[in-house]
Design a binder for this molecule. Structure first.
Ligand SMILES: [Zn+2]
Length: 90
């Protein structure tokens, strides 16, 4: 969810309250930041670990699960893959 989506979901909450709560959840490790398209930041629950597929045509972000979590000895937290989704391929 982006901060704008959280704002839409919780009517009456002001942005400073949302940012303060998101910051606290980040510090606790309950949520993590995800850079969606290189400029937009979203926040996700860390308990629901998954990777992302972003469509180059419609920019839809899909949750995917990949098994590879090690790359040349580096520990990988999540993987983002870009391509063309099934709907746009048709
Ligand atoms: Zn698409």
């Amino acid at each position: 969810m982006t901060v704008a989506e959280i704002d839409d979901a919780i009517s009456g909450a002001d942005n400073s309250t949302i940012f303060r709560n998101v910051k606290q959840l980040l510090e606790e490790g309950s949520v993590k930041q995800v850079l969606i398209d290189g400029k937009s930041t979203a926040y996700e629950c860390t308990e629901d670990a998954h990777d992302h597929f972003i469509c180059n045509t419609c920019n839809t972000v899909s949750k995917i699960h990949l098994n590879t979590k090690e790359l040349k000895g580096m520990s990988v937290s999540d993987i983002t893959i870009r391509g063309v989704c099934n709907a746009c391929k048709e």
